[in-house]
Design a protein around this ligand. Structure first.
Ligand code: HPA
Length: 272
C-alpha cells in the first residue's frame, strides 16, 4: 500500500475511536510525558493499536496517541516518539507526525530533551527553537515527492513559527522560568557527542543538540503546519561539564522541571 493509503487507514482508525477534532498537536520528548496529567483526556490509543505505527522502544518514551483538551483547545498528543537511531527508516520516524497533520491540526509543538552547547545554560533551562541545523545526513523527504502532502522543494524560511516563539517566550518571561531562544542541532545519535563535536556545533551557530525534532519539523513543514519547538536542556553537552552524560540524568532533569513545564504548556496551548 502507498503512504497516502496507509495514512488514510491510520486516520480512519483514530477517528473511529474518538470524534475529537484536534487543532493543535504536541510531541512529548524524553521525560516530558507527564504533561498528560494536565490534560482533559478523551481517548488514549496505544501506538501498537494504530495501523502502520511503529512502537517506540526507548525508556522514557511510552507510545500513546492521546486526544483531549487543554482549556478550550482540542489537542492531539504524541506521547513518545520514534527515533532514527532505533533503526527505523526516516519514513517511519515521521509517520506519526504525518498522521497528526492529516487529523487536521494547524499548529504543532515539538518538545525534546537536549544538551546545552552554550556555557551560560543550566540543566533545567528551556530553549525555544528559533531555527535548526539538520546534521542527520539525511532528510525524510528524500524519495519521490508525494504532491498531495506538499511541495518537492519546501521553503524553510519559517521552519519555526515566529509568532508562536514570541507567545511562548512571553509566557516563560511572565512565569520567570529560565529560558533562551536558539538554534537546535539535530544529530542521529545514539552516542552523545564528543567534546570536539560540541565545540564544532557551537562554532557553526548551535545552542542545543539532540537526536529528534528535525525530521519531524521537516515533515510538518512539508505539510504546511506552523511549528514551534521547545527543548528542555537536560544536561550541558560533552566537555562543558565534568560529569558523563547518562539517559538517567536526561530523564531526571526533565522530571525535575515537569511542574513548570506543565504550567507553561497549559497556558501556551490554551491560548493557541
Ligand atoms: N546530546 C544529544 N542529545 C541529547 C543530549 C545531548 O547532550 N541530551 C539529551 N539529548
Amino acid at each position: 500500500m502507498s503512504l497516502v493509503e496507509n495514512l488514510k487507514e491510520s486516520v480512519a482508525y483514530i477517528r473511529e475511536v474518538s470524534k475529537l477534532r484536534p487543532r493543535v498537536g504536541i510531541t512529548l520528548g524524553s521525560g516530558l510525558s507527564g504533561f498528560v496529567k494536565g490534560v482533559q483526556v478523551e481517548a488514549t490509543i496505544p501506538y501498537k493499536d494504530i495501523p502502520h505505527f511503529s512502537p517506540s522502544s526507548v525508556e522514557g518514551h511510552p507510545g500513546n496517541l492521546i486526544l483531549g483538551h487543554v482549556g478550550q483547545t482540542p489537542l492531539v498528543i504524541l506521547q513518545g516518539r520514534i527515533h532514527f537511531y532505533e533503526g527505523h527508516t526516516m519514513d517511519k520516524v515521521v509517520y506519526p507526525t504525518r498522521v497528526v497533520a492529516q487529523l487536521g491540526i494547524e499548529k504543532l509543538i515539538l518538545t525534546n530533551a537536549a544538551g546545552g552547547l552554550d556555557p551560560d545554560m543550566q540543566p533545567g533551562d528551556f530553549m525555544l527553537i528559533r531555527d535548526h541545523i539538520n546534521l542527520t545526513g539525511t532528510n525524510p523527504l528524500i524519495g519521490p515527492n508525494i504532491s498531495s502532502l506538499g511541495l518537492r522543494f519546501p521553503d524553510m524560511t519559517s521552519a519555526y513559527d515566529k509568532e508562536m516563539v514570541e507567545k511562548a517566550a512571553s509566557i516563560l518571561r511572565a512565569k520567570k522560568i529560565r529560558h533562551s531562544v536558539g538554534v537546535y542541532c539535530g544529530v542521529t545519535g545514539p552516542t552523545y557527542e564528543t567534546a570536539a563535536e560540541v565545540r564544532y556545533l557551537h562554532q557553526i551557530g548551535g545552542h542545543a543538540v539532540g537526536m529528534s525534532t528535525v525530521p519531524e519539523n521537516i515533515a510538518a513543514k512539508h505539510m504546511g503546519l506552523r511549528v514551534c519547538g521547545i527543548s528542555c536542556i537536560s544536561n550541558l553537552a560533552t566537555g562543558l561539564s565534568q560529569s558523563a552524560i547518562t539517559h538517567d540524568e536526561v530523564k531526571e532533569t526533565a522530571s525535575r522541571v515537569e511542574k513548570e513545564f506543565i504550567e507553561f504548556l497549559s497556558e501556551f496551548i490554551s491560548g493557541l
